[in-house]
Design a protein around this ligand. Sequence first.
Ligand code: ZN
Length: 436
Amino acid sequence: MSPQHFALAWSVLFASALIGGTALKLWLAQRQQRHVLAHREAVPAPFRDSISLEAHQKAADYTVAKLRFGLWTTLFSAMIVLVWTLEGGLHLLNTWVSSTFGTALGGQLALLVAFAVIGALLDLPWDIARTFGLEARFGFNRQTPRSYALDLLKNTLVSAVLMLPLALLVLWIMQVAGGWWWLWAWAGLTAFSLLMMVVYPLVIAPLFNKFQPLPDGEVKTRAQALMQRCNFALSGLFVMDGSRRSAHANAYFTGMGAARRVVLFDTLLGQLSPAQIEGVLAHEVGHYKRHHIRKRMVVMFGVSLAGFALLGWLSNQVWFYVGLGVMPNLFAPNHALALILFSLVLPVFGVFFSPLAAATSRKHEFEADAYAAQHSDARALGEALVTLYRDNASTLTPDPMYVRFYYSHPPALQRLERLGALPEAAPNSTHTPATA
Ligand SMILES: [Zn+2]
């Protein structure tokens, strides 16, 4: 095959993946919508005592509204990828930037920045519509236009401070490190992300939220007893003012090693009893004790190493650029172009791997639940889950195929079934025969 044939074959492969992936997403959303609406009129039997029909229907309506919104963002982003690549958008931008700023390191950085800024501007209207339209309509949004604008400003500044030096570092490595640049660039990015695990909770998160030590009380005593029981070192328990932005509740662990901290959203404290919060925390400890965090990191770093190796090879292939609608500079570096094209291509093919990632994640959730059931009260965790499903308006009746592709957590019914089936959960757990 001649180089032109390679480029053409690559164009066709890319366009097929983009169209196929988009069609797949629309099909899955369609399935989910049909499934949720078909179950809208009745609360599933196991939840009849804990979730009202009204709450169930709100969850259905919220799910459908999110799907319809997602339909437009899916189509829009597919169109944007198409415009950047096959329609020649990136080629145009590159021509303009390189004739204005040159093709040396500064010009390369300018191209990355221009691409990132345009991308952010294109996303902004959607994010505004999501926050003040969709989320507000279902009573979840707590942001005012003013606080939203302030967040946006802070986010932009923080990204600039962090990302500009990082981008410059990668571009510089690409320029000076020769054929093995991708290995060095990967090592640099890996070191950066490890550093961020420590820096983020201590420096960046406090810029956006207030963190206060968990006040004395039953939640704290229970949490401390649990950590002791599980032999889990912790540097602190904090409450975050999540209610400033959203009514959605959450809890998470952050940091590494002895710098680990537990963060509870204030919204969670308002919704759950101390015993239920203990169940949620036991689940989170389970993720650590079953080595999910470490496994996830190893997989992430392994996948990114493979990605960088692939990029190292692709960046030297003229067909990679030409097939995506860009004429590479023949006598100047194409580093920024290669990075941008790669970032556009990855998600297009990534969709097809999402069931793999989602399945692993769901398996981990079951394992963390099992750990929680062993070291805490499975029933309390079950109640907590039901409350969170209700208050976050998460549907209880998702489409199984949609779950397979997107759900990082098993559906409510499956999780509760497993929790209840554990011997620790109910001492006399004999399965009651189904009545005919
Ligand atoms: Zn989990």
